[in-house]
Design a binder for this molecule. Structure first.
Ligand code: NAD
Length: 483
């Protein structure tokens, strides 16, 4: 058990164990080897975490925002200093190649802590003059927030939620995905080392049941979930029952549109990034690639050639560019979709099978001649499976791109600048790209429309989702009552 943490949970500044909770094996997806065992949070653990968070939040909210920010920026620096160690853990936890985790996980978490740490001191209300009288507004924290994570970006998700929450003066109880429980514990440790008061950020492990228990607790004011649409609907409903605030970062089936004048190499590069990075396990992926029929053959040829250059292998090795699926379960789900693609008549260009080796590897898979009604064009697969669809007309492709319940992301490749903006302006998606795909800088809002979610992470927008305004009317003269 080469990655066994000191204990399963991190509560009130320290590791805590309760072996009465169900055992959760942590499996290295590249070999099937067991890395660690953690235990799901029992009701007693959930109680301990929420009580610690509620108590700590009262004091944390009294800190000056700039002092709170300093803790976050210090944590960001520690994360950067330990990037290699944290990236190796992320690779073990998720199976993602080390060449990815070195640049996309701990570093992205550090970006968020740095950004919101810097923003903390600027979070103010306003003065609203009304003649003699005036109103002033005070930006207040919400209280105890619950963060619930998916398994594809465990470090990043923990930081994207913790950073704005803590900057605003909230406390957080974070439940990582049961598939990737290791990385959030490191973030909790680092925050304490950076000077965060104990109890302000806590980690509780567990499955959906533990998450549900956290969400329904009356002490919790806000829930931020990163997960699938079905889970999002359940969590949103549970939160609504007690009028809690929510942020929902959910799934997608995003369109990427390649017009006939696009730079083919860049469009192919965008399609590779938007379908095969992290073995395709990215919510915002552009998994419906609409390619103009005039360039379809050229596009598919280059896609097949470049896909053949992927180095599939042990994600701990520097050269590896494609690792395994996160788990056997996820691999089976993806293989099932590949079988549906074949049986429904899509044309397989490359991949389409499990690799004959230990671990849960699937070759990067491209289907061409995909039509809108095929299962692989309608449902989120969350694996390295790209569906290429043909189109001829701008209005037609916009309507087809929008013909989905999801609305997380969308991309357009074209050299025609007017067309780029015209098309993006009509696409129903929260995070869009022109001649690029899947960039997610902390400065930009991130989130979906339609079934893909509610609220935004990152950017100044996130502050609105972790704070609320109190308005105070100040009368300078006498009160004029009717009697
Ligand atoms: P999931 O919905 O199965 O689980 C997400 C989290 O919710 C897990 O921690 C799980 O334990 C918890 N959970 C499950 N049921 C719950 C309940 N009833 N109450 C409270 N918590 C509950 O998702 P997953 O399989 O871990 O992740 C993949 C999904 O996440 C994909 O759909 C993907 O698109 C989405 N995702 C979205 C974003 C985004 O930012 N929009 C980012 C990453 C992943």
């Amino acid at each position: 058990m080469i990655a066994q943490p000191k204990a399963s949970h991190f509560i009130n500044g320290t590791y805590v164990e309760d072996t009465a909770g169900d055992a959760i094996p942590v499996i290295f997806a590249a070999t099937g080897e067991q890395l660690a065992t953690v235990h799901a949070g029992t009701p007693a653990i959930v109680e301990q975490a929420l009580a610690a968070a509620a108590e700590a939040q009262k004091e944390w909210a009294k800190w000056s925002p700039r002092d709170r920010g300093r803790v976050l920026t210090r944590a960001a620096q520690i994360i950067r200093d330990r990037n290699e160690e944290l990236s190796q853990l992320e690779t073990l936890d998720t199976g993602k190649p080390i060449q990815e985790t070195r640049v996309a996980d701990a570093t992205s978490g550090a970006d968020a802590l740095e950004y919101f740490g810097g923003l903390a001191g600027t979070l103010t209300g306003e003065h609203i003059p009304l003649g003699e009288d005036w109103v002033y507004t005070v930006r207040e924290p919400l209280g105890v927030c619950v963060g619930i994570g998916a398994w594809n970006y465990p470090t990043q998700i923990a930081c994207w939620k913790a950073a704005p929450a803590l900057a605003c003066g909230n406390a957080m109880v974070f439940k990582p995905s049961e598939t990737t429980p290791l990385c959030a514990l490191k973030i909790a440790e680092i925050l304490i080392e950076a000077g965060l008061p104990k109890g302000v950020f806590n980690v509780v492990q567990g499955m959906g049941a533990t998450g549900a228990q956290l969400v329904s607790d009356p002490r919790v004011e806000k829930v931020s979930l990163t997960g699938s649409v079905p889970t999002g609907k359940k969590v949103y409903a549970a939160a609504a029952a007690e009028m809690k605030h929510v942020t929902m970062e959910l799934g997608g089936k995003s369109p990427m549109i390649v017009f006939e004048d696009a730079d083919i190499e860049n469009a192919v590069g965008g399609a590779i990034l938007g379908n095969f990075y992290s073995s395709g396990q990215i919510c915002s992926n552009g998994t419906r690639v609409f390619v103009h029929s005039a360039i379809k053959d050229k596009f598919l040829k280059r896609l097949a050639e470049r896909s053949a250059q992927a180095i599939i292998g042990d994600p701990r090795e520097d050269a590896t560019s494609i690792g395994p699926m996160v788990s056997e379960t996820q691999m089976d789900i993806v293989l099932d979709y590949i079988a549906k693609g074949k049986s429904e008549g899509a044309r397989l260009i490359c991949g389409g099978e499990r690799l004959d080796r230990d671990g849960f590897f699937i070759a990067p898979t491209v289907f061409a001649d995909v039509t809108d009604d095929m299962t692989i064009a309608r449902e989120e697969i969350f694996g390295p499976v790209m569906a290429v669809l043909d189109f001829d007309d701008e209005a037609e492709v916009i309507a087809r791109a929008n013909g989905t319940e999801f609305g997380l992301s969308a991309g357009v490749f074209t050299k025609d600048i007017q067309r780029a903006h015209r098309v993006i302006g009509q696409l129903q998606a929260g995070s869009c790209f022109i001649n690029s795909y899947n960039d997610a800088p902390v400065e930009a809002p991130f989130g979906g429309v339609k079934a893909s979610g509610v609220g935004r992470e990152n950017s100044k927008q996130a502050i609105e989702h972790y704070s609320q305004m109190k308005s105070v009317y100040v009368r300078m003269g006498d009160v004029e009552a009717p009697f």
